[in-house]
Ligand binder design. Structure first.
Ligand code: FMN
Length: 203
């Protein structure tokens, strides 16, 4: 494999293409009677116990002060056939449009917070903001996941892996180009040969 080797300072935007595809989701917020949603590619689950996740967003996003002040946010994963929800919510600001109304985005009631849950999401989390700190031009927001919503048939297999025949997760290659993971691409690693880092799921 021929490789390009360079300091990041020589190619400042290199991670915009190196770090892709990324699983992309939709963060929702509710504040002062208003709902909003934005696409987020920079995110991770941080810990299982307590259940926490982190999202990175710039303070210029209309959603940022909503989350900072309400101390809550929602996380919503949609399938590739609903990728337009990512493009819609990532393509304009709640400062100018009510995205739920403009794009007819259906929502469901939360159970522990006030954040909108996307009806079309196959997995959603409700989070309470527990940390908010600057990293460069972004804010790193950490949420404790206080409730989950997920499609009953999405994780129905013995190992509770996502059923990729029914639910194709959305991965972003570029903000206008989306792809997915498919059942055909699966490789099984025999734990007798490769070991395993964990025991069976206990829940
Ligand atoms: C695929 C995709 C991924 C994005 N990821 C992020 C991200 O991780 N962090 C961020 O601050 N903005 C991200 N954006 C941009 C915001 O979603 C976009 O600026 C949005 O319009 C902000 O909405 P708001 O002003 O209503 O909060 C992404 C956009 C797209 C299309």
């Amino acid at each position: 494999m021929d490789k390009i080797r360079c300091a990041t300072e020589d190619l400042p935007k290199v991670l915009f293409f190196l770090h892709r595809p990324v699983s992309t989701m939709i963060v929702t917020a509710h504040h002062n009677g208003k709902d909003n949603a934005l696409a987020i590619g920079l995110h991770t689950l941080i810990t299982h116990r307590p259940p926490t996740c982190g999202v990175s967003l710039t303070p210029e996003r209309f959603s940022y002060p909503m989350i900072r002040d309400s101390k809550e946010f929602g996380v919503n994963f949609v399938t590739l056939d609903k990728a337009e929800l990512i493009a819609y919510t990532g393509g304009c600001s709640g400062r100018k449009v009510d995205k739920f109304q403009e794009f007819g985005i259906a929502k469901e009631a939360p159970i522990k917070t006030s954040v909108p849950i996307l009806k079309d999401a196959y997995v959603s989390y409700e989070c309470k903001l527990i940390d908010d700190r600057p990293y460069g031009g972004h804010r790193w927001l950490v949420g404790e996941i206080v409730a989950v919503h997920y499609a009953k048939d999405a994780f129905a297999s013995e190992k509770r892996t996502l059923d990729l025949d029914k639910y194709s997760p959305t991965l972003t290659l570029y903000p206008t180009i989306y792809t997915t993971a498919s059942q055909d691409a699966i490789r099984h690693m025999d734990p007798k040969i490769y070991g395993t880092h964990r025991g069976p799921l206990k829940h």
